[in-house]
Ligand binder design. Structure first.
Ligand code: ADP
Ligand code: UDP
Length: 236
């Protein structure tokens, strides 16, 4: 597989074309941002952890019936993926109150939700990714009702699988964000990444944060937390 021109450089990853029209290469960076790009920094080794963990999760999710963009891990930082047109929604699933939900609804961080909560944010950096509901999504033609049903079904399946899988590794899955895309033939698949950048992971016993909140909130030990998640999930 030959890497061709760079299509896009985002906050955490670069996306390249390849000699196959249907495939892209994503390259994970150590750059970290928070608060819609206001806070910037580096988390040494993050690109490697996120690439390897995201691929690990996607391989497992394929086995439980969630189609993903994952094709092949090329090296520590780069992965071959199916090209998609991203549905411009951040699909958030929450099991325990934290972050923006805690603020918005006055629920202390750590409050268990009686059932998983799905939220959608419209992916638009200039607008700060505002939350939208089904009415906004259909009225703005972000995706169809049929597509959203598929997306929500997959999001809940990702949640159910990861909750269970992570529990065994002494990790509580507090919440996470995923993105979906349409392949050339219009099929909805899971894209982007699943990593400590996009999930809240808490140690099951100590409730210590093992994710990007350590960077967002200047808690220290950011690199160690990412390495610890990798150790628990990949044994290294
Ligand atoms: P951001 O754009 O928020 O800064 P990243 O740095 O992670 O985020 O950039 C990666 C970009 O690539 C994101 O916009 C994401 O939606 C997009 N993307 C992820 N997977 C695919 C894919 N399989 N095909 C096309 N675009 C993708
Ligand atoms: N999230 C993300 N990218 C974003 C916003 C949120 O990956 O642009 C993830 C975040 O890591 C957390 C979940 O989505 O796991 C819910 O985040 P929340 O809405 O609480 O936002 P935050 O506290 O990050 O403002």
């Amino acid at each position: 597989m030959e890497k061709r021109e760079q299509l896009y450089e985002g906050k955490a990853k670069k996306v390249f074309k390849t000699d196959d029209e249907e495939l892209y290469i994503v390259s994970y960076k150590d750059d970290a941002t928070a608060f819609n790009g206001l806070k910037k920094g580096t988390i040494v080794g993050k690109g490697v952890v996120n690439n390897r963990l995201s691929n690990h999760f996607m391989r497992l999710l394929e086995k439980v019936g969630v189609p993903t963009h994952y094709v092949e891990e090329l090296n520590d930082r780069e992965t071959l993926v199916k090209k998609v047109t991203i549905v411009p929604l951040e699909v958030i699933v929450r099991n325990i109150a934290a972050g923006s939900l805690s603020k918005r609804l006055g629920l202390p961080e750590g409050t268990p939700m009686k059932m998983p909560v799905i939220e959608y944010c419209y992916k638009d950096d200039d607008l700060g990714d505002p939350m939208v509901n089904e009415y906004h999504i259909f009225a703005m033609d972000i995706c169809t009702k049929e597509e959203l049903d598929i997306i929500a079904g997959y999001a809940l399946r990702v949640n159910a699988f990861l909750l269970d899988y992570l529990k065994d590794k002494q990790i509580e899955l507090v919440d996470f964000k995923i993105e979906f895309g349409r392949t050339t033939d219009g099929t909805i698949i899971l894209a982007d990444e699943i990593s400590p950048d996009t999930c809240r992971f808490w140690d099951s016993t100590t409730h210590e944060k093992l994710d990007k909140d350590r960077f967002r909130r200047d808690l220290g030990g950011v690199e160690d937390a990412y390495a610890e998640v990798m150790r628990r999930l990949l044994g290294e």
